[in-house]
Write a protein that binds this ligand. Structure first.
Ligand SMILES: CCCCCCCC/C=C\CCCCCCCCCCCC(=O)SCCNC(=O)CCNC(=O)[C@H](O)C(C)(C)COP(=O)(O)OP(=O)(O)OC[C@H]1O[C@@H](n2cnc3c(N)ncnc32)[C@H](O)[C@@H]1OP(=O)(O)O
Ligand code: FAD
Length: 664
């Protein structure tokens, strides 16, 4: 029935001001208004339809993406959208495309690693999309190990050019998004060779295709790498392969902010650290953390609404069965994910601030916060994408059988999202970077240089090594100081324990490799502490709206106590809490679930997602799930005819054969 809200009773239970929570979720009233306007613009435009995506063959899918991306660009220009509006519009179109890499990596690479002159030359072309760029770093043989890349850029002083070359099969660029079929240019990462000597990995702007007829330029072999995981999903993207056969580019196309090559082939290092060559990855990692809360909240919104609609068992005297959201097991799987979505939103907001801060400092030649920014972006990218990918899959299971239908939106969401655990740095490799940062910090304790920022808790190492949890009753776990101290003591003790074990190895690199699994656990503990502490910091802000702050306090409790429960082995093994205190935390957690329950639907409504954006029958706003599922089944092309294609060829002969066998 049109217009009936099947979740109205649920919405009546709400104990807080949903409209105000929408502002908190968006980050500000302004951001909310921009998001809301852009989401509706996309939802009301039939060109952005996406429900047929999983049915399309690769070529049609890709062409459809080109159509949408170019139409989006047309609308952005026609409506004179600001960068903020354009970026929101792109995210609500909800389809990975070459434009993501152009705006998300090619442009930032030139901005971050190009000199002023280079920026002046290339950025206007890129801003008008007169050239389209990709980020060509990974190769067939090396992705994580950037120092292991094999593509060479050899300076030829005769012609004042670099010769870009792929010396082996494994040096073929492999994976860059937008490269396969669209990009005209790439920022290509290659091993700089001057006068026979190697000088590490640098970025070069290389034209790949003709701007006249789109054919690859001489010496360039380029193609798509083929179908990827899932239907629809990331197959809208033309991830590509690329080989260079002695391709020549002018010297001024090496990105020269970090190091310059002079006319006579000498390298000059500026005072900028070499790690700035990795700067684009740091930028994208922080955007990925912000996006994690979006992907997780979408899945949670679907699972929460459906869990309120779905009923199984528990009917007495012919009354309705139990809503599955009322089962404690369902709550214990769903509500931590809901709380994590909010937690990741706030840590993402903070990380954006940290990134802006480090960028401003770099411009003023202050590089002091770069190691922390690298550790935070790497660690939080790793933590939030792993939890989100697992959370989307858990949401699918929370929706039972219907979650497996493409029309639930969850399979495609998972397939699009899961590579986030790999791209922009494999999650384990990134956690090992955090572990290096932690071990370095521990080794410098007592050196007179106090640790600052997210690692400042290490400055209280003696207290954190000795303190014991003071919790006596379940309610004591609602005290932020008790929770924070628990997470700090656990992280500090796990790091110190690794450092002590490391010190027993005569070769530290061998020790690091041997202990790497423990080191990853210590790094995870540190990153979880950051998320918990940023949630508490958010709660210190002035948060208006009836009951809004209260709900956020409940969610913060759920987030931190579910982690404490899940990782209680760490807390117990480091002797900070007793088994009794662990059990009290779990009692408090159960109580918090009961407080989330009446507000669950409103907490997902606060994400303000349109039905178009959610792309899920199970998650639709009105909860009218069953008729929509029934109608959608009939729209499947397989149901175009009662007798399927192939009946005459396969089914009929098979049945006939069975008949003959039966007669024998
Ligand atoms: C107007 C219209 C607008 C339209 C709007 C549209 C807007 C769209 C906008 C945005 C869209 C965004 C969408 C983005 C889309 C994203 C899609 C996904 C794309 C995926 C792309 C990729 O995957 S690119 C390839 C990524 N590759 C990696 O991540 C490789 C991982 N490996 C590494 O990073 C490194 O190799 C390593 C860190 C693992 C190791 O490096 P190395 O061996 O050199 O280092 P060491 O371990 O020896 O360390 C040395 C020293 O350096 C420090 N360090 C390492 N990395 C960094 C860093 N990044 N920054 C700072 N410091 C670093 C390290 O800690 C060590 O320090 P010490 O002090 O010496 O210990
Ligand atoms: C969808 C998608 C889009 C991409 N887009 C781009 C792009 O636009 N541009 C681009 O340049 N690249 C892109 N990539 C490539 C991506 O950045 C790399 O795949 C990623 O960095 C991981 O590197 P790898 O493939 O070499 O993994 P590997 O390093 O080979 O990882 C394989 C396994 O080895 C483990 N491992 C590796 N090293 C270590 C270590 N030191 N210690 C312990 N374990 C280790 C990993 O944890 C993993 O389990 C994309 C990849 C995907 C999937």
């Amino acid at each position: 029935m049109e217009g009936v809200d099947y979740l109205a009773d649920e919405r009546k239970k709400t104990e807080f001001d949903v409209e105000e929570m929408k502002i908190v979720w968006a980050g500000s009233r302004h951001t909310f208004e921009v998001s809301d306007r852009m989401a509706k613009l996309v939802a009301n435009d039939p060109v952005f339809r996406k429900d047929d995506r999983v049915m399309l063959a690769r070529k049609d899918l890709f062409k459809n993406t080109l159509r949408k991306a170019t139409y989006a660009w047309k609308r952005i220009n026609e409506l004179r959208l600001s960068e903020e509006e354009a970026s929101k519009l792109r995210s609500f179109v909800d389809e990975p495309a070459f434009t993501d890499l152009h705006w998300g990596m090619f442009v930032p690479a030139i901005k971050g690693q190009g000199t002023d002159e280079q920026q002046k030359k290339w950025l206007p072309l890129a801003y008008k999309m007169q050239i389209i760029g990709c980020y060509a770093q990974t190769e067939l043989g090396h992705g994580s190990n950037v120092q292991g890349l094999e593509t060479t850029a050899t300076f030829d002083p005769q012609t004042d050019e670099f010769v870009i070359h792929s010396p082996t099969l494994t040096s073929s660029k492999w994976w860059p998004g937008g490269l396969g079929k669209v990009s005209t240019h790439g920022v290509v990462y290659a091993r700089l060779i001057l006068d026979g000597q190697e000088h590490g990995i640098h970025g070069f702007i290389v034209q790949l295709r003709s701007l006249e007829d789109h054919r690859p330029l001489p010496g360039i072999t380029v193609a798509d790498i083929g179908m990827k995981f899932g239907s629809g999903a990331y197959n809208t993207m033309d991830n590509g392969l690329l080989r260079f056969d002695h391709v020549r580019i002018p010297r001024d196309q090496m990105l020269m902010r970090v190091s310059q090559v002079t006319r006579d082939g000498k390298i000059v290092q500026s005072d900028v650290p070499r790690q700035l060559v990795y700067g684009t990855m740091v930028y994208v990692r922080q955007t990925i953390v912000q996006d994690a809360s979006i992907a997780l909240s979408r899945a949670v919104c679907i699972a929460t609404r459906y869990s309120a609609v779905r009923r199984q068992f528990g009917s007495s005297n012919g009354g309705p069965e139990t809503q599955v959201i009322d089962y404690k097991t369902q709550q214990s799987r769903l509500f931590p994910l809901l709380a994590s979505a909010y937690a990741f939103r706030f840590v993402g907001e903070w990380l954006k601030w940290l990134y802006t801060d480090v960028t401003q400092r770099l411009q003023a030649n202050d590089f002091s916060t770069l190691p922390e920014a690298h550790a935070c972006t790497a660690g939080l990218k790793s933590l939030t994408t792993s939890v989100t990918a697992d959370g989307i899959e858990e949401s699918r299971k929370l929706c039972g059988g219907h979650g497996y239908l493409a029309s639930s939106g969850l399979p495609e969401l998972f397939a699009v999202y899961v590579p986030a655990c790999t791209y922009e740095g494999d999650n384990t490799v990134l956690m090992l970077q955090v572990a290096r940062f932690l071990m370095k910090t521990v080794s410098q304790l007592g050196s007179g240089k106090p640790p600052v920022g997210t690692i400042s808790y290490m400055g209280r190492i003696e207290q954190l090594m000795q303190c014991r949890c003071a919790v006596k009753k379940a309610g004591d776990w609602l005290n932020p100081n008790a929770v924070l101290e628990a997470f700090e003591a656990r992280a500090a003790r796990m790091s110190v324990s690794c450092a002590q074990k490391l010190s027993k190895f005569s070769n530290p690199e061998e020790g690091f490799a041997e202990l790497s699994a423990d080191l990853v656990e210590a790094a995870v503990a540190h990153c979880q502490l950051i998320v918990v502490s940023k949630f508490f910091e958010k709660l210190q802000q002035d948060i208006p709206g009836k009951g809004v702050k209260r709900q956020l306090e409940v969610l913060c409790g759920v987030y931190s106590l579910h982690l404490l429960h899940k990782h209680q082995g760490d807390f117990l093994a480091t002797s900070y809490i007793t088994p009794k205190q662990a059990s009290l935390a779990n009692d408090q957690l159960r109580e918090l679930y009961s407080q989330v329950r009446p507000n669950a639907i409103a907490l997902v409504d606060a994400f303000n997602y349109t039905d178009h954006y959610l792309g899920s029958i199970l998650g639709c706003y009105d909860g009218n799930v069953y008729p929509k599922l029934y109608e959608a089944a009939w729209r499947d092309p397989l149901n175009d005819s009662v007798i399927p294609d192939g009946y005459e060829q396969y089914i009929r002969p098979l049945l006939k054969q069975q008949l003959r066998v039966a007669k024998l």
